[in-house]
Design a protein around this ligand. Structure first.
Ligand SMILES: Cc1ncc(COP(=O)(O)O)c(C=O)c1O
Length: 382
């Protein structure tokens, strides 16, 4: 089955009891048993363990990422947390140096406190990355493209190293989506999503996902999820599943609009740098071209020639079609100031060190008419 068919039919079947084409929202906490320990349907006894609406979503997730098992969580961070729970004091984790602020916060303020050691490194320096591996290294965690600097990590090259050293390799595929990039096919062990973003696609749900190929790893992660409880509710599962059915159409338009906006900004006299992996000037454009098949997404980040925070704030106060708000990946265009909003939890010196400056603006380019978006940027940049 090809991807555009999988988003609609992958892992899906009509509802067995009614023939409903879309899975009903099974808004139930529990399921009848005919005798103690004998559920009527052996797959369902309590919704924290499994719920049919969530199962439909989880099957779709596994299908579109070319995995064998999908798990749906109450948020993207809950999905990340589920992976991290497998490790103990003394273990070491190597992560990309540019990460969503909340992921960085979880690593440094929750798990570092329980004795796990984190190394943050630019994964484009493969030699430096490999030199950090020792017998305690258990996990490599990468976002690509990264939030907000749009750095690219070469998934296939990193996977060669993690396989050699027998280390788990997880990729946060939120920005690319499986329409553009399939980390499991490139050698990663775990794909993570903030399904709040492109998978849901309509800014109406908070959700997370993990997808794996290895069935044993899938069972371990399901056990962690079941035992700790951050599962996605039936209504939210329904919304994400509905979103996935148009993922291919939406991401195509996000890519087209993203490219147009990046090119507009590149030629604007007030703009200094534009971070978009589709631009030939992007330092890792070739890697992006190799692993992002079909486009470069809808996320565009930029800085001002003046270098001034005030210019970024004035721009963000003036946008009209773009909405000033956190989050990304919905049909509507959003604008965000990472240093004051999504990445405020990263200490200022660390932000400066990696390039999240105070004049940096991140756009989530939606699926509106590109001309309207460009007109909006023009007037906000006056
Ligand atoms: C790349 C990335 N990963 C993970 C997350 C966390 O997801 P959630 O907000 O659904 O918990 C976000 C949220 O912005 C994100 O952008």
């Amino acid at each position: 089955m090809k991807f555009n068919t999988k988003v609609i039919h992958g892992g899906q079947h009509h509802d067995p009891s009614t023939g409903a084409v879309m899975p009903p929202v099974y808004q139930t906490s529990t399921f009848v048993q005919t005798s103690p320990g004998q559920p009527l349907n052996p797959d369902y006894e309590y919704s924290r363990a499994a719920n049919p609406t969530r199962s439909a979503l989880e099957n779709a997730l596994a299908s579109i990422e070319n995995g064998t098992r999908g798990l749906a969580f109450s948020s993207g961070l809950a999905a990340t947390d589920c992976v991290l729970r497998s490790f103990k004091a003394g273990d070491e984790i190597i992560a990309m140096d540019d990460l969503y602020g909340g992921t960085y916060r979880m690593f440094t303020r929750i798990y570092a406190n329980s004795g796990i050691k984190f190394h943050f490194v630019d994964m484009n320096d493969l030699a430096k990355f490999e030199s950090l591996i020792n017998e305690n290294t258990k996990l490599v965690w990468v976002e690509t493209p990264t939030n907000p600097l749009m750095k690219i990590a070469d998934i296939a090259e990193i996977a060669k190293i993690t396989k050699k050293h027998k280390i788990l390799f997880a990729v946060d595929n939120t920005f690319a989506t499986p329409y553009l990039q399939k980390p499991l096919d490139l050698g990663a062990d775990i794909v993570m999503h903030s399904a709040t973003k492109y998978l849901g696609g309509h800014s109406d749900v908070i959700a997370g996902a993990l997808i794996v190929k290895d069935e044993e790893l899938g069972s371990q992660l399901h056990f962690q999820q079941f035992a700790t409880g951050a599962t996605l509710g039936p209504m939210d599962s329904f919304l994400v599943l509905r979103g996935i059915k148009t993922l291919h159409l939406r991401v195509q338009r996000h890519c087209e609009n993203g490219t147009k906006i990046a090119e507009f900004l590149l030629n604007h006299p007030k703009i200094e740098k534009v971070y978009y992996p589709g631009l030939p000037s992007h330092p890792y454009h070739e890697v992006a071209k190799k692993q992002m098949i079909g486009g470069f997404g809808g996320m565009v980040t930029f800085t001002f020639k003046s270098g001034k925070k005030e210019d970024a704030i004035s721009f963000l106060e003036k946008v009209k079609v773009f909405t000033l708000a956190e989050s990304l990946g919905g049909v509507e265009s959003l604008a965000n100031h990472p240093a004051l909003m999504t990445h405020a939890s990263i200490p200022e010196d660390k932000r400066k060190e990696i390039g999240i400056t105070d004049d940096l603006v991140r756009l989530s380019v939606g699926v509106e008419d590109a001309e309207d978006l460009i007109e909006d940027l023009k007037q906000a940049l006056l």
